[in-house]
Design a protein around this ligand. Structure first.
Ligand code: HEM
Length: 337
């Protein structure tokens, strides 16, 4: 009797082995019919290792929804909940820390020769409008995007679930709709300032001399110095990457498969964190980091001495241009405002 049972067990065992080795590749090819994700005898982990995905059956037309789990989905979730938070935390807090240390050590870069009281136009109204449209959209996109990554662990404990839901819903609408002025702004910035942002050998010299940020040096620069050119290309390339990946996410599965969606999400998240960190540096230098810089984008004019110290070659060019073009109004050299 015992040997009979043992024999039967061996036969069953052999059949199971046969089923696993021969039938499972077929089953993999025939999903979803072959998999019962609710079977108690198989663990989720076994299923994930054995099959590419766990799929069920459905009655709605969207067959994608029949996929219940797939290993790449778990990798993506881990990326979204752990890796991206680490990347974002290090990039954003690291940059903030660096800026605080730098400010405490260097303080504001002053106009060394003092204000002359005469100004020159640096950005016209159209340029300033495009800058502020892009910047405002960017800030709201950044805050609403950060809410997607960090809202749950950081904000939810501080507010009621209903309040968090309402805020997240508005933030998501803002994120979707402000993508349009942001993208338009990036395109216009690309076209508007490309001429002044092609790297040249003056940039090497500027970089070698640390941009004059350390000490009292004033390396020459045309309209945009190497630091500004770097920011320009971060905006154009980073903005381009974030817009393309963002639209893949906004319009899901329009010619894209789940893998493309996951990759778009990863690219979008990582570029966003680095972009935010870079923009913190830009905002710093445009406000408390350098005297006289903010007014360039606010009023559109800068003091002549500021221009001489930070963009001497541009000032010379402007002077020469105005001297040779008599139709041009003389430098908006106006009495100190
Ligand atoms: C054309 C512009 C943009 C479009 C179309 C766009 C679209 C999207 C979409 C559809 C999502 C996924 C939302 C969700 O999961 O419900 C997202 C997430 C996100 N976006 Fe944007 N976005 C744009 C620009 C930006 C900018 C400029 C930033 C910040 C600098 C940003 C930061 C983020 C962040 C941090 C996330 C969350 C990533 C994650 O946790 O996985 N986005 N965006």
């Amino acid at each position: 009797m015992t040997t009979g049972v043992a024999k039967l067990r061996n036969v069953v065992g052999a059949l199971v082995l046969l089923a696993v080795t021969v039938v499972s590749p077929l089953a993999m090819a025939q999903q979803p019919k072959s998999v019962d994700p609710t079977a108690s005898a198989v663990s989720e982990q076994q299923l994930l290792q054995q099959f590419k995905t766990i799929q069920g059956r459905g009655s709605i037309p969207d067959t994608k929804s029949y996929t219940i789990e797939q290993p790449a989905g778990r990798d993506w979730r881990h990326f979204h909940e752990v890796t991206l938070r680490v990347i974002g935390g290090v990039a954003i807090l690291g940059m903030l820390g660096l800026l605080v240390v730098f400010y405490l050590w260097r303080g504001m870069v002053r106009i060394e020769s003092g204000r002359s009281g005469r100004t020159i136009v640096r950005f016209n109204a159209a340029e300033r409008f495009v800058h502020w449209m892009t910047a405002t959209s960017f800030v709201i996109l950044a805050l609403s995007g950060l809410n997607i990554t960090f809202g749950r662990p950081l904000l939810l404990p501080l507010m009621s679930p209903a309040a968090f839901t309402a805020w997240s819903e508005w933030a998501k609408y803002a994120h979707n709709y402000l993508s349009f002025p942001f993208t338009l702004g990036v395109i216009l910035i690309f076209l508007m300032w490309i001429a002044g942002n092609i790297p040249n050998r003056i940039d090497l010299e500027w970089l070698k001399r640390g941009g004059g940020m350390v000490g009292h040096d004033h390396p020459p620069a045309y309209r945009f110095n190497a630091g500004q050119k770097l920011i320009y290309w971060v905006v154009v390339l980073g903005g381009g990457a974030i817009a393309v990946s963002g639209y893949v996410l906004i319009f899901p599965f329009y010619g894209t498969a789940i893998e493309t969606m996951q990759n778009a999400s990863i690219i979008h998240g990582v570029v966003a964190m680095l972009f935010i960190a870079a923009m913190l540096g830009h905002i710093y230098i445009g406000t408390i980091g350098m005297e006289g810089a903010f007014e360039a984008m606010c009023r559109g004019t800068v003091d002549i001495n500021w221009a001489r110290e930070h963009h001497s070659l541009w000032l010379e060019e402007e002077g020469a241009r105005r001297r040779t073009d008599s139709s041009q109004p003389q430098p908006t050299a106006a009495p100190g405002e």
